[in-house]
Design a protein around this ligand. Structure first.
Ligand code: OSB
Ligand code: MG
Length: 371
């Protein structure tokens, strides 16, 4: 359905996390999130830029995406005649990298197009394979192993279908061993966020005895070949996250057997167009997928729910309840998870939740318009 974007409003919001989140690369207490509103014919589409506050997960961060949006991406897409939202990805493909900044606008365009068609975002992207999505949680590195055990216990009791813990050198084998002693049978996995090298292959092989569902991105953020070498040496399935940024990366990784599972993150791959392409290819190759998270606000969270309705997303992802992150979310109702660890896919137009505009105003720290 053809459309032109007349105006783009870029907002940065600041919201404290309910509990700090620690990965192998840093600890976050407060999120600074950039939101994108694209406006056309009196309708708004919304997107979230999933970059972190520091350039440690990938090269992007809150401070880099702001000028990218205002100086490069905004002017490039505004008043351009798009035949459909599938064209927005290519419109900014001359920009090297910066997939999250580009993906925020791209996802907003899909949301806008869904609203223009009066459809839910899930339906519009070709999801709708399921009316609810299976949910897991990602639990950061804690101050003590006992604290971690308590966190796991409360998430298992809440009904979540799988537990992911973060690992790094010095917080890995012994921690997983202790978790397995307490929870011998839960679906469990570990995410290293690129904290190891191939020289650690022998060390990582010690994880095999714990029957993890997978180990996520153990090696460098931009490395595919080394993951193939490691996968041949360990039994635990490798799941790739950081190093899959384009459909071509996914093809290469699958051809090289660099991993057996894919984590797909909307922002990391630049939005729905690339996410759908990766999904299609991986699904045809029988690679199970799940939707990753980046500590999103309600907008990004709602987009992730839509993405996770695609048929190849067969594993529980990192899309969980708003209340795990926020005292109050910017959408109403907040994202809620059932006692069996599922989220019901909303059926209203676009991403399917209402925006809490008053609260959005309260948490906005800067705002600019491209027109
Ligand atoms: O690697 O999956 C990751 C959060 C920030 C940066 C990277 C990652 C994560 C998570 C996410 O694990 C979790 C979530 O949104 O719950
Ligand atoms: Mg990860």
């Amino acid at each position: 359905m053809p459309f032109q974007i007349e105006r783009i409003v870029v907002r940065q919001i600041r919201m404290p996390l309910v509990h700090f989140f620690e990965t192998s690369f840093s600890r976050t207490y407060e999120r600074d999130i950039v939101l994108v509103e694209v406006i056309s014919d009196g309708l708004s589409g919304w997107g979230e830029v999933t970059a972190g506050e520091r350039p440690f997960y990938n090269e992007e961060w809150t401070g880099s995406v702001w000028p990218l949006l205002l100086e490069y991406i905004g002017p490039r897409v505004i008043r351009h005649g798009f035949e459909s939202a599938t064209e927005v990805y290519d419109r900014t493909a001359h920009i090297r990298g910066h997939f999250m900044a580009r993906g925020g606008v791209e996802a907003a365009a899909w949301d806008l197009e869904a609203r223009r068609a009066g459809k839910s975002l899930a339906q519009h992207i070709g999801g709708g394979a399921r009316t609810e999505i299976p949910c897991g949680v990602s639990i950061g590195i804690q101050d003590s192993v006992e604290q971690l055990i308590e966190k796991i216990r409360s998430e298992v009791d809440a009904g979540y279908q799988r537990i992911k813990i973060k690992i790094k050198p010095g917080w890995d084998i012994d921690v997983v061993r202790r978790v397995r002693e307490v929870f011998p049978d839960i679906p469990l996995m570990a995410d290293a966020n690129s904290a190891y090298t191939l020289q650690d292959a022998g060390h990582l092989k010690q994880l095999d005895e714990f029957k993890l569902m997978m180990i996520e991105q153990p090696l460098a953020h931009d490395e595919i070949v080394d993951h193939a070498i490691l996968q041949a040496r360990i039994e635990t399935p490798i799941c790739l996250d950081e190093c899959i940024r384009t459909p071509h990366h996914a093809e290469q990784a699958i051809a090289l057997k660099a991993g057996r599972i894919l984590n797909i993150k909307l922002g990391r791959v630049g939005g729905f167009h690339a996410a759908r392409q990766i999904h299609e290819f991986a699904h045809a190759h029988k690679i199970p997928m799940w939707c990753g998270g980046m500590l999103e606000s309600g907008i990004g969270r709602a987009h992730n729910i839509a993405l996770a309705t695609l048929p190849g997303f067969t594993l529980p992802g990192d899309v969980s309840a708003s209340k795990r992150y926020w005292k109050r979310d910017i959408i109403v109702p907040p994202v809620e998870v059932s006692a069996s660890g599922t989220i019901a896919v909303p059926t209203g137009p676009g991403f399917g939740f209402e925006l809490d505009r008053d609260y959005l105003k309260t948490v906005t720290v800067r705002e600019e318009t491209v027109s």
